[in-house]
Design a protein around this ligand. Structure first.
Ligand SMILES: Nc1ncnc2c1ncn2[C@@H]1O[C@H](COP(=O)(O)OP(=O)(O)OP(=O)(O)O)[C@@H](O)[C@H]1O
Ligand SMILES: O=c1ccn([C@@H]2O[C@H](COP(=O)(O)O)[C@@H](O)[C@H]2O)c(=O)[nH]1
Length: 828
């Protein structure tokens, strides 16, 4: 991309020339720095120099500035979003951004001596000679006041890398790699529209080849050096940046966590801040001193120089934070086994990471290493553990931690986590019981308490309780809090009071996307499509770009081809057509309207698929053999079908009369995927047998194989099948069950009457109407409806016949010869 980023020179943390350890031995500014003090080796890495401002001189050529540059290489294929993310890094962390591509393009624009050669090289997607690019980069670094440098799109090759090291005399401190699927990169480059000579399909292909052949080895190299952070470059710009942020953030907030984020965390072992004298770092300094003193007593048992398992078993690109966490937890286990006392902060950091990575298994391991009394006493650790358990659905363990906490009433945090855990599991009563218990125990709720409690109110659908929570919201002074009001609006809508929901929505002074989306979804859920469109329009008028949530809500809510086409055009222009929820919704709408080409094309090209994508394409093809092919593809892609998939695929089999396939899939569901059939699956199976005229098999399935009582959908499917295939005996049984389950449903009576009538058993029609059934009036009503419908049908039929006759006689006289022929050809 053309980067128009001004040089920002704000640093993360104020600098200082004095190191509190004062004995830093610098071998190379990029290499970890070792100091020896009191026989204990402490290891520093460059992160520390970044945050603490240790002033060092680089050994290499770039040593003219007062501070050692902190260099980040940003790599990734063409269009992977490097430049876009660099802008965000600059905004957030104040780096100087150097795009190698931009520097080269500047040479072309300025018509310099190398300009023509560079233009030719770029047009061909090839790599400009290293010395040219490195010199340009060097000039920029040397003239920069900012010591934090982001070098974007460089080095492109091993040759580039070596030249950089030689000329600049330094290695990067970290390397970010934006890992993006090829189709996505091609799509992004083609829609970049910035007039670049190399943004055309031919050059892109060449650039991709060059990337694969020459840039990947560089990425591998840094991975082996433990410097690589791989970022999944699929998703929205903000989602991607949320992966980038912690790489820079973590060190600021907690230096130890870098160990977990960094692939080279093993070599960082216990990292200590070399604190600056700035007041901002006073507290940190104390902490570091404390840690330092402690560490003199017990050295943390990570090997210092021996290669770590991670680096030995290095596999390119497979290094994940989860693997890093795994290794740290293993080391921790080994340390505890050796009787080494672990710092509480390490437990807290690890639990935080387990929570972020949703890794309950590691959390359980860490839990087992925390001394019981420490856990009870230390609210910080117990709260984090509790939150981890609750968020992973281990609610009983969460509650146990909660019960054992000494000071759980000091803050709302553990309460909120537990309420949330119960609400997420659908245990709304328990969630609300805790909410009310909070008040009894004198714990002050905070702004995070209410949305969780309101979610539970919405879950049980009891508006009175919701209103009570609403009163608490006002009483506790959160009546103007947009975050809480969004939850209130949602609660009212889910409890069925759309008018109150609207009132709350209108009272939100600063509406955000959540407010708009919540109102939009609520209207759609209530079938108020006009109001929904009005909100959608309002959102745009207020300057909010509908996000993928809003777009997919509208797409699935309206399910109109016209709206889908308009929205599709809009998302294409916005460049968000490949957002997962948007493309899923488009696939579904197009297939529902039998626009299978569009649906399949989108499905084929979508950069990533989730279970919803597969379910959309399968259910979209509900009357087509193709659905089975998609199912096979899904299985071979490694995505496990869920209950919805099986409902969809069994319906397909029913529609197509594929009894054997249906049976196989039904048994596969339980055997291979451990999914117990639900009522819907049984209804599908009854429908499958019923449509194929296998009424006995359908009936036997219900009475012999169902683990629970059949509901109206199952008996309904059977009754319908009996009406189609004229099975009076089983039809009567199905109808009798239905009369009990849904006595108000006249349709069941109608179907039974139809069965009798088709079988010529009009006396049974009479008998039913006058019989001693539990609800005589209902049945009598049904009989009248049945007869009326029959009569009406007859009348319509008669009118139809009369019209056709009339048309035959007189219409042809009025029509032209061509139309007459067409009608005749069609047998009219
Ligand atoms: N996450 C994203 N989702 C969709 N589009 C994106 C995303 N990130 C960037 N883009 C768009 O993709 C195009 C390419 O992005 P960008 O210029 O940042 O990539 P790059 O890796 O710097 O490419 P190059 O190496 O070719 O300069 C731009 O039009 C940008 O707006
Ligand atoms: O280090 C570099 C960087 C870039 N090039 C050439 O420029 C184009 C465009 O680069 P972007 O990073 O995509 O802006 C690239 O295809 C190369 O031809 C280079 O040679 N060396």
């Amino acid at each position: 991309m053309w980067r128009r980023v001004a040089s920002l020179s704000s640093s993360l943390i104020s600098s200082s020339n004095s190191s509190f350890l004062g004995q830093v031995l610098v071998s190379s500014f990029s290499a970890p720095i070792f100091i020896k003090k009191n026989q204990t080796a402490y290891r520093f890495n460059i992160w520390e120099s970044l945050t603490t401002g240790i002033s060092q001189q680089a050994n290499g050529a770039v040593g003219s500035k007062e501070r050692t540059p902190f260099i980040t290489f940003v790599l990734g294929g063409p269009g992977s979003g490097k430049g876009t993310q660099c802008i965000k890094i600059v905004e957030t962390f104040g780096f100087k951004h150097l795009s190698a591509g931009d520097l080269l393009r500047r040479e072309i624009a300025c018509n310099t001596a190398d300009g023509a050669m560079i233009l030719d090289t770029i047009k061909e997607g090839k790599i400009v000679p290293s010395e040219v690019t490195v010199k340009l980069i060097q000039k920029e670094i040397e003239s920069s006041d900012n010591h934090k440098i982001l070098i974007d799109g460089f080095p492109r090759s091993e040759e580039n890398r070596i030249a950089f090291e030689k000329i600049i005399g330094a290695e990067p401190n970290i390397v970010l790699f934006f890992d993006c699927p090829e189709e996505e990169m091609v799509k992004r480059v083609l829609s970049r529209n910035q007039g670049r000579v190399d943004d055309n399909i031919d050059t892109i292909r060449k650039r991709l080849k060059v990337f694969e052949a020459l840039n990947l080895p560089v990425i591998n190299y840094y991975s082996q050096r433990g410097k690589l952070y791989t970022i999944n470059a699929v998703g929205t710009v903000d989602e991607i940046f949320e992966q980038v942020r912690p790489v820079f953030n973590s060190f600021e907030s907690n230096p130890k966590m870098v160990a977990l984020l960094s692939p080279s965390f093993h070599s960082t072992t216990l990292t200590f801040h070399c604190s600056s004298k700035g007041k901002k770092n006073k507290r940190r300094e104390q902490l570091n001193r404390k840690q330092l003193q402690k560490s003199k007593r017990i050295a943390f048992p990570f090997p210092e120089s021996s290669p770590t398992p991670l680096l030995i078993n290095y596999k390119p690109f497979t290094q994940t934070r989860l693997q890093a966490l795994d290794a740290v937890v293993q080391d921790l286990e080994a340390s505890v086994e050796k009787g080494i006392k672990i710092d509480t902060e390490i437990f807290a950091s690890l639990l935080e990471t387990c929570y972020q990575l949703n890794s309950i298994d590691h959390g359980i391991k860490v839990h087992s290493l925390i001394p019981k009394t420490l856990l009870r006493r230390n609210t910080g650790i117990s709260s984090k553990l509790l939150r981890l358990y609750a968020s992973c659905g281990h609610i009983e363990s969460a509650h146990q931690v909660f019960d054992e906490m000494y000071k759980r009433n000091e803050s709302a945090f553990p309460w909120n986590s537990l309420i949330s855990g119960y609400a997420e599991l659908g245990q709304y009563e328990d969630a609300l019981a805790l909410y009310f218990q909070m008040e009894e125990e004198g714990v002050e709720p905070d702004r995070f308490t209410f949305p969780r409690a309101l979610k539970a109110c919405a879950g049980i659908g009891m508006i009175q309780i919701g209103e009570a929570v609403h009163r608490d919201v006002v009483r506790k002074g959160f009546g103007n809090d947009g975050f809480v009001l969004n939850a209130l609006c949602d609660m009212y809508a889910k409890c069925g009071d759309i008018v109150k929901a609207r009132r709350v929505f209108d009272s939100i002074i600063y509406k955000d996307m959540v407010s708009w989306n919540s109102m939009l979804t609520s209207y759609i859920r209530h079938g108020l499509l006009f109001e929904a469109l009005e909100v959608f329009r309002g959102m745009i008028e207020e300057g909010f770009d509908p996000d993928p949530v809003a777009i997919s809500t509208v797409l699935s809510g309206f399910s109109s081809l016209k709206i889908a086409a308009q929205i599709h055009g809009w998302v294409l222009r916005r460049g968000i057509e490949w957002n997962l929820s948007v493309v899923n919704a488009l696939v579904l709408v197009y297939s529902k309207h039998e626009k299978f080409d569009q649906a399949s094309w989108l499905f084929h090209w979508m950069p990533e698929r989730d279970i919803v994508s597969w379910n959309s394409i399968i259910s979209g093809h509900c009357k087509h053999q193709q659905a089975l092919k998609y199912f096979e593809q899904m299985e071979s892609s490694g995505t496990s079908p869920d209950t919805i998939t099986f409902v969809a695929i069994l319906s397909v089999c029913a529609h197509l009369g594929l009894v054997k396939d249906g049976e196989q899939l039904f048994s596969l569901m339980r055997k291979k995927y451990a999914i117990n059939p639900t009522m819907e699956h049984y209804a599908c199976m009854v429908n499958l047998y019923g449509r194929a005229g296998m009424i006995d098999e359908a009936y036997n399935l219900i009475v012999e194989r169902m683990e629970f009582d059949a509901g109206p959908t199952v008996w309904g499917a059977l009754l319908y099948a009996c009406s189609v295939h004229g099975n009076v005996d089983i039809g009567e049984i199905a109808a009798r069950n239905l009369f009990e389950l849904e006595p108000d449903n006249e349709h069941n009576f109608e179907l039974l009457m139809k069965i009798y009538s088709n079988a010529g058993r009009l006396e049974d029609v009479e008998r039913r109407a006058c019989g001693n059934s539990p609800d005589f009036t209902q049945q009598f009503k049904a009989l009248i409806i049945f007869n009326t419908n029959q009569t009406l049908r007859q009348v319509v039929q008669n009118i139809g016949i009369a019209l056709v006759d009339w048309f035959r006689t007189f219409g042809l006289i009025l029509l032209g010869a061509e139309s007459k022929k067409e009608l005749m050809d069609n047998g009219l």
